[in-house]
Design a protein around this ligand. Sequence first.
Ligand code: AMP
Ligand code: TRP
Length: 335
Amino acid sequence: MGKQRILSGVQPTGNYHLGNYLGAIRNWVEAQSEYDNFFCVVDLHAITVPHNPAELAANTYTLAALYLACGLDLEYSTIFVQSHIPAHSELTWLFNCITPMNWLTDMIQFKEKSERQGENVSVGLLDYPVLMAADILLYKADKVPVGEDQKQHLELTRDIVNRFNHQFAKPENPVLKLPDPLIRKEGARVMSLVDGTKKMSKSDPSELSRINLLDPPDAIAKKIKKCKTDLVRGLTFDDPERPECNNLLTLYMLLAGKTKEEVAVECQDMGWGQFKPLLTETTINALKPIQEKYQQVMDDKGYLESVLRDGREKAQAIANQTLTQVKAAMGYSLP
Ligand code: AMP
Ligand code: TRP
């Protein structure tokens, strides 16, 4: 039996942060040798909120370079850009026509984002999860490694599969494959440094709320120095009254590569004055190799472009095959 297939992606909207790394990319890297992997820079998703063209172009390269810098290995993983493959847009249209409107208006992320944007909400923002379903289903992915916030979008993807197969395929010969989310418990929800009850997010207006993967050491030190803590002495995991404490200990655990038990013992008698420098040093050391590799990749644009060209070719062959099957099932045929 061949390897199971993985597909995942991040939007090239800048500010790539520890949540993206610990909730998603790091997990892709760790498991990559066990799977047949496709990792996409989802640049069509990036225009569902108002965007700047020059920034989109720059952020697309930055993110592809970060995929490599974080350790994706081309021996196991295909890296490509969503907009390079027209099948993503085309399949979205086909799925649009079988997706009930209320499935989309019910999505938590849509409700949150549209509330923030007021009047200026595009049809694209509403349709975002259908495009995500197309991303996943074109590659017949078995597993989709994401952070907790994407769970509902995965459920919608599964609903689309069931509806499509029910309407257009025979039970013994389904066209679309049901994917499973792959959500790791630890790191699935990295919280903001200024409010331990909110997730760390690219779009938080406060720079102090997140540590970006490309932050220089002095910025990391400043953000950790200023981050929100509490007045209790002794640091513990899982105290619902202390969300910041749980978040910072979890960051330390993941970035130091230690177990929860080790960290619980090490930090049980610490105060913040002792813990913060430790977290700072650990974070700087964990990000250093990523930042160095990133610089190497960015210094060789030709190489990065060749990676994306190869990725497009490999991904496109699979995507087009699925699109043809879907269209045939829906009654479209090529002469
Ligand atoms: P996005 O930033 O929305 O493009 O998300 C890219 C990936 O990072 C997705 O798999 C998200 O689930 C994951 N992610 C984003 N923010 C966080 C966070 N604060 N904690 C854990 N995972 C996150
Ligand atoms: N919606 C995802 C996010 O914001 C990004 C994404 C788009 C994605 N297409 C995907 C993730 C396909 C996994 C699989 O995080």
